[in-house]
Structure formats: C-alpha cells, structure tokens
Write a protein that binds this ligand. Sequence first.
Ligand code: 5AD
Ligand code: SF4
Length: 487
Amino acid sequence: MANTLYIETVGCQMNVLDSELVVGSLRRKGYRLVDSATEADVILFNTCSVRQHAEDKIYSALGRLRGHIENHPEKVLGVLGCMAQKDQEIILKRAPHVDLVCGTGQLARVGELIDAARATGRPQMALSLGRKEGSKQEVSSSFESYDPPRDSAMRPTPFQAFVRVQIGCDKFCTYCIVPSTRGPEQSRHPDAIVDEARRLADEGCLEVTLLGQTVNSYRFHHGDGRVTRLSDLLARLDKIDGLLRVRFITSYPLDMTDDLLDAVRDLPKVVKYLHVPAQSGCDDVLARMKRGYTSGQYRDMMARVRDRCPAATVSSDFIVGFCGETDESFSRTMELTRESDFKNSYIFKYSPRPGTRAIDKFADDIPEETKKVRNNELLAVQNANSLRSHRAMVGREVTVLAEGLGKVAPREPGTLPQLTGRSMADHIVVFDAPERLIGAVVRARVTDATSFTLFAEVVEVESSAPARAAWAAPSSPSSRRLELPVS
Ligand code: 5AD
Ligand code: SF4
C-alpha cells in the first residue's frame, strides 16, 4: 500500500492541533510519517489565510512540487485548512496538480478523500463547515463529534497538548478572515473537553492549552437553563489527576469577566497568563476594525486584571498600518503599549484579505515602508518594557516546566546541556540541567534576563518527568512548521 505521509503546517495553534488530528486519523488507516515531501505517497499542506505572506508560502511550496507530482501522478497532493476553505477554485487554478482540497470543517474525512482521489483520478473537494443552520451547539463533521485520534508525535512536546474548546468566531473584526475560514462560533460540550483532557493526562500529558479564537467567550448552554462558562470548565480541569497545567488562548478584551480572573487567580493548575489582543490604541482605528471596544475599555480591562489577578502576565497582538492609521493614531498605540506592561506583543503589518469587510470599505492606504517603520518602533517599545519587567525578576524564583533542549549548542563533554521551559506566568526560562529533566517541573532562581528570556539556575526539582514510556513518541518524524506567526 502506498501509505507514506508528509504534512506541513502553517498558521496558528488551531492548525497545529488539526494536523495532529489528521495524522492521528491517517495512522489508524495505516499511514506512516516520512521526513520529506518527495519521499511521501501523500503530501498535505495545512494552510493559513490570516495574512498574504502565509498564502504566498503555500503557493510557492505547491509550485516547487509541480514537476514532482507530474512525474508521479499516483501521488496525492492535498491542501487542507483555512486557504482550502476560502479559495478552493483559486487553488485548483493556480495549482492544477492538487488532488484534494479539504476545508477546516471536513478534516475528519481526509482519509476517505485520499481514497476517492486515487480511485477516480479527479480532484476531491470537501468544504462544508457542517453545522446546522442557526445552531450554536451542533458540532459535526470535523473532529468534534467522535473520539479524536490524538498523536503525541505531532505535538510541540509529547507532554503538552492543545484541546479545542471552541470553533469559529462571530466577532467579524473588519480585517479578519477567520469567520469565513472557520465559520460561526460554537462551544464544545464541557464533558467532551474534560474527557479529552483526562485521556491526555492518562497518557502522560502534563499541560493542556485550551484553544478558541475568543476562548473566554466560551459558553455552553445545556438546554435546561444551565450554562458552563470558561471559569467553570477550568475548575473541572483543575481537578484532573496527573495534569499539572491548564492554559487558554486567545481572549477577547470585553469578555474578560471577573469570574474568569478569579479562576485564574485561585485555581492552582491554571497558568497565570492571558493573551488579550488590543490590536490598536486608537479609538478611530478600533472603530474601523469593529473591535467593539475603545482604548479606554481596554485599559479598564487591564486595570481589572492587575487588581483581581496581580500574578498574571498579559500579552497582546497589534496590527500596524491598518487603513487610515495616521501618525497620531499610531502614537496612541505606542502610548498604550508603553503603559501596559505586556509580557510581550505580537506585532503584524496590516495585510488586506479578500473576503473581509475592510477590503471592501477602506483603502489600504499606509505604504509598506511606513508599516515597517511602525512595526519596528512598536517592537522597540515592547522590547524595552519586556526587558524592564524581566530584569525585575532577577533574584526571584519561578516554577518551570522543562520543555526541551535550549538553543545553545551542547557544551564540552561532561557539562550540563541548556534546557528551556515556561514559568507559571508563561515566561521563557532557560537553565542548565540534565536532559532527563525534560518534562519535569523545577523551581529555579532567575539570574539574568533579556527581553525574551529569563536565565535561571535550578533550586529544586519539584516533580520529575513522567516515565518516558508513557509519552514516548512512535519513532517517526513529526510535523513540519513553515512558520508560527500568530497568537
Ligand atoms: N493583517 C495583519 N494581521 C492580522 N491579524 C489578523 N488579521 C490580520 C490581517 N488581515 C493578526 C491579529 C490577530 C492575529 C492572530 O493576527 O493581530 O490577533
Ligand atoms: Fe490562520 Fe486564522 Fe486559520 Fe489559524 S484560524 S490558520 S490564524 S486563518
């Protein structure tokens, strides 16, 4: 059987999770991952549409494979995910050698589509978002409705896993393509989420990251008047034996409720970190973006976070060079960043997306050069802030889950390698320690800092790594990332 598989993933954590689930389901059908596209019988790209750059990367990767596929017509080339959802016709026009195009709601059918492409020799498309008209709860056709086939080899580390709590988005910010690529917002049943997290914990997973486009808008209506909020879900996940940490991304500023902040403060396993994109500090720009809040409301939210949950760090996203962003508007964003003490900010140059409201309503009138300058200026302010707050941590102790080897090359034989991990407030922490501590939780004293990293020395090992057998990956390559640009 022609059953070797190569998959490349672009985009957000949601896509990383989708790729894991696709690989899990294909493994069940007998597929095996290989290291390079040209070695594989089935080549898949899981794509992103959030910015033009992400799409360009995919088209050039598809272009590079054209000759190879033409020489090997028996191979199956597939485009999955957000671009597939949005641009099926364009993909087949620009890359006629593509055999399957599968959107975000039909990924559970990839195996069947590969079979059909082989049997018919014709391109297969599956694009329905597969949800009942008008229903907030009905989740079908994707991986939500049945036992999700997890695959620890596809994760950032085998002991950290993403868990979807919500799909889609209803906010319709004018710049954003996500409502078209992922459909309306729906919350998964809390029992399904808790079961999945429990199963992951039983397999040796130590940390789950709950995923949703506006994760703190999570609400499950049980139909009998009962509602489960994100804070309720966190309280249930906090009790799962074996699980050490629960994180959630990405939050929407207006849904940062007090019950959620109290849950983050009080539940010991919940990571004290909030990712709450502001996007801009200028009220006119925020109104054109249709974010639904003013910079004053964002500041009020930040004040409540600092007041109710002082241990939490906050990170933000900003788009610079959005339509009509004047020097004055941009200076408001600089002000907000300067005063907000974000742990870090993800800064993006506005990229007009066909299919969004902004592209129809407003001109993309900020020159690329200005976007670049603003991006760098904002980054400089953010980096100075990060450095200041990181330096203030020198001498303090942090609790770190060791995730893997650090970037520094192994030193001379006999010396300890550098490990990297995250604190309970999501700081990146590096320290020298034996490799066996990967997957362990250590208490470490911060000795030095840059704007990106805390350097530390181990004080005590709080919990050792789980037995490797519990999460050892099958001996095969993991997924490739083309980039990891967002949230
Ligand atoms: N152009 C640039 N950045 C964008 N983002 C979303 N849409 C666009 C766009 N059209 C950014 C936002 C969002 C992050 C995931 O990507 O900052 O929070
Ligand atoms: Fe990209 Fe958004 Fe799709 Fe994630 S949901 S892959 S960020 S377009």
